[in-house]
Write a protein that binds this ligand. Structure first.
Ligand SMILES: [Zn+2]
Ligand SMILES: [Zn+2]
Length: 270
């Protein structure tokens, strides 16, 4: 009898292992720089809660935002949320707090400015703030890292494009089940020195996908940084203006690389 239970347990462990290792990882576009990355049951969101298009960028479509809030597949079982910076086309406290209230176990990782924006929304004593993991990193600071069940997290600050030192912009590198790594760059600028000082960090782990703002694919400096530092199997540009929605092939041909343009489109990750 005991042997049989050991046998059954072995089968269950094998099935679990195969599930985690065989199910392909995917990245699904939500809008602007919002991406859902999933590998089996391990799922994370980047820049998924924001409410300002500034008249130029894509919002998360209402149906997708409602499904996320309700935790309907594929947005069920989200393990963690990451925020690059607090500009309104990447993060708005209102929708983020609504999500955190509806999903009382999900942690959110962001900058000190993200924490302050959420605290302004809910008040300084709200228990929800215990789930906000804030890093107060300057561009010259060493990377920070975290580990939660099934997910390894590393982060550096890369200055925002267009000389905006007042805004903390974070580049999150997240590894799911020790097998699939993705890097998000927020609104990083294409300044070589900002990447060179973190060369060791970027070289230390290969990404299956990197999500830079599209301007990296349009400039010589950006392309050089992709070549030298991104260390990624796939590069998928994000933050493409909404005018390209429905015209993705044209936009991709124009930059000679991959872009997310239509909320809901996805890519398999190796
Ligand atoms: Zn920005
Ligand atoms: Zn932006």
């Amino acid at each position: 009898m005991r042997n049989r239970w050991i046998y059954v347990l072995g089968l269950l462990l094998a099935a679990d292992y195969l599930h985690a290792h065989q199910s392909p990882a995917t990245a699904t576009y939500l809008g602007n720089e919002g991406v859902l990355v999933e590998r089996g049951d391990t799922k994370v969101l980047f820049d998924a809660f924001y409410s300002n298009s500034y008249g130029t960028y894509t919002l998360v479509p209402d149906e997708m935002a409602s499904a996320m809030l309700a935790g309907e597949p594929p947005y069920d079982g989200i393990d963690a949320i990451f925020v690059s910076h607090v500009h309104g086309d990447h993060f708005s406290a209102g929708p983020a707090v609504a999500y955190l209230r509806a999903h009382p176990k999900v942690p959110i990782y962001g900058s000190q400015q993200t924490l302050e924006a959420i605290a302004d929304e809910v008040g300084a004593d709200d228990a929800l703030l215990e789930r906000v993991v804030a890093v107060d990193l300057a561009p010259t600071d060493a990377p920070a890292s975290f580990k939660i069940d099934g997910i390894s997290i590393e982060v550096v600050a890369i200055p925002h494009s267009g000389d905006r030192p007042e805004i903390q912009n974070l580049s999150w590198r997240v590894t799911l089940d020790q097998l699939t790594t993705v890097t998000h760059f927020g609104d990083a600028g294409t300044v070589k020195e900002d990447f060179e000082r973190h060369a060791e960090h970027f070289a230390a782990r290969r990404s299956q996908a990197a999500f830079p703002p599209y301007w990296f694919l349009e400039s010589e400096d950006g392309k050089a940084i992709i070549q030298t530092h991104f260390n990624a199997d796939q590069v998928i540009g994000v933050h493409v203006p909404a005018a390209a929605t429905g015209n993705g092939d044209e936009a991709r041909a124009k930059v000679g690389g991959d872009l997310f343009t239509d909320p809901g489109e996805s890519r398999k990750l190796n």
